[in-house]
Design a protein around this ligand. Structure first.
Ligand SMILES: C[S@@+](CC[C@H](N)C(=O)[O-])C[C@H]1O[C@@H](n2cnc3c(N)ncnc32)[C@H](O)[C@@H]1O
Length: 347
């Protein structure tokens, strides 16, 4: 049997994996010595209390089908290994199966940065939905976020702007841990911007101890159906978070100039050949101030598309270099496909 300390660490690992909804086949049910973390009835109850039966799961549930598969996988492992199974485990599974006819297109994923710090995002259950790839968080965003956590000094007191932000993991973590002066999320898709606004609200309101701390609530104050093209949140420490509609295919130089950014970030925006020219055009405009710098992280799914991106950067005289230091892992994601982080500048 595993020591109490090892079991606690393993339970934390499973909890973070469960809430970030990693593939069931990748869940780490055994500790480093090969012991299952739910060998005893007590451990099984603890595991449920930290996952499907927790308050966090009631408030911000991963998809129902994921919860069902999670409990089913534990039951299966217990049966295969002849562990005595606690009643709560059967009850939990029966209860989840009984809800099978509930249909929900949205679910939540909670990304733990440490045992006490996390970001919760509303995400789609599909990788592509409503005609966009922006309603779920991609590996390159997790990589860029890990890089940011380790390179706070590059972002501190800076005006940071993100292109193709998607649902906001990178920006929310940076706003929370890296003290930028302003953080501007941008995207072009209506549903993405709406969900992003919900996610910024969700993570800012949670932190606030009183309604007044969250002065942005009044300032932003938008409802579900309001125009999504711009909203602004301000924090008690003076930092400002903005969400702005910005379409790489339809922007004006003035619009980009008004954004005034020192550091530009983007993740998983290099995937469609047709978007490479517009993307580089907006990068070129943003980098026209010689002190600005951009960091773009990309999952290399297609070498040809990535090479084309580098070619277009060259034609616009944007200098690039690969940032080779791999950041310390914080999140769970598939590491089999290469992710590259490029630093871009106009000099
Ligand atoms: C693959 S998703 C990546 C989202 C997020 N950065 C991540 O890594 O999780 C690509 C994002 O680029 C945005 N996008 C695509 N075309 C765009 C355009 N023309 N202008 C602005 N954003 C665009 C999409 O809406 C989507 O949010």
């Amino acid at each position: 049997m595993a020591s109490e300390k090892t079991t606690c660490a393993s339970l934390y690992t499973i909890k973070t994996q469960f809430f970030s909804v990693i593939l069931i086949k990748d869940l780490k049910f055994q500790d480093d010595e090969g012991h299952f973390i739910f060998e005893t009835l007590e451990e099984q109850a603890d595991l449920l209390n930290m996952t499907v039966s927790s308050i966090l799961c009631q408030q911000f549930p991963p998809s129902l089908s994921y919860q069902q598969c999670f409990v089913k996988a534990i039951l299966k492992k217990c049966e295969e290994n002849n562990f005595e199974i606690c009643d709560e485990l059967y009850e939990s599974y029966t209860m989840l199966i009984g809800r099978s006819n509930e249909v929900s297109e949205v679910c939540y994923k909670t990304y733990f940065i440490s045992p006490d710090e996390c970001i919760t995002l509303q995400e789609s259950t599909q990788m592509i939905s409503h005609g966009t790839t922006g309603l779920c968080t991609w590996q390159a965003a997790k990589y860029l976020t890990e890089w940011a956590i380790e390179n706070k000094q590059i972002l501190k007191d800076k005006h940071v702007l993100e292109l193709g932000s998607g649902l906001g993991l990178t920006g929310l973590v940076i706003s929370k841990f890296c003290c930028p002066s302003t953080y501007t999320f941008t995207d072009c898709h209506e549903n993405v911007l709406r969900t992003l606004r919900k996610n910024v609200t969700l993570n800012t309101v949670q932190e606030s101890s009183s309604e007044n701390d969250y002065c942005n609530k009044q300032k932003c104050g938008k409802t579900e159906n309001d125009d999504n093209s711009y909203c602004e949140f301000s924090d008690t420490d003076g930092s400002i978070t903005r969400i702005k509609h910005l379409d790489w295919e339809e922007f004006t130089e003035q619009e980009v100039k008004d954004l005034g950014s020192d550091v530009i970030l983007a993740s998983d925006v290099v995937y469609d050949d047709r978007l490479l020219e517009p993307l580089v055009k907006v990068l070129s405009s943003l980098l026209s101030s010689s002190s600005s710098v951009a960091y773009v992280s990309s999952t290399i799914r297609n070498d040809t598309t990535f090479s084309k991106f580098l070619d277009v950067l060259d034609t616009k005289s944007i200098c690039w270099q690969e940032v080779k230091n791999v950041p310390t892992p914080v999140f769970y994601y598939n590491k089999d496909v290469a992710i590259k982080l490029l630093k871009l500048s106009s000099q």
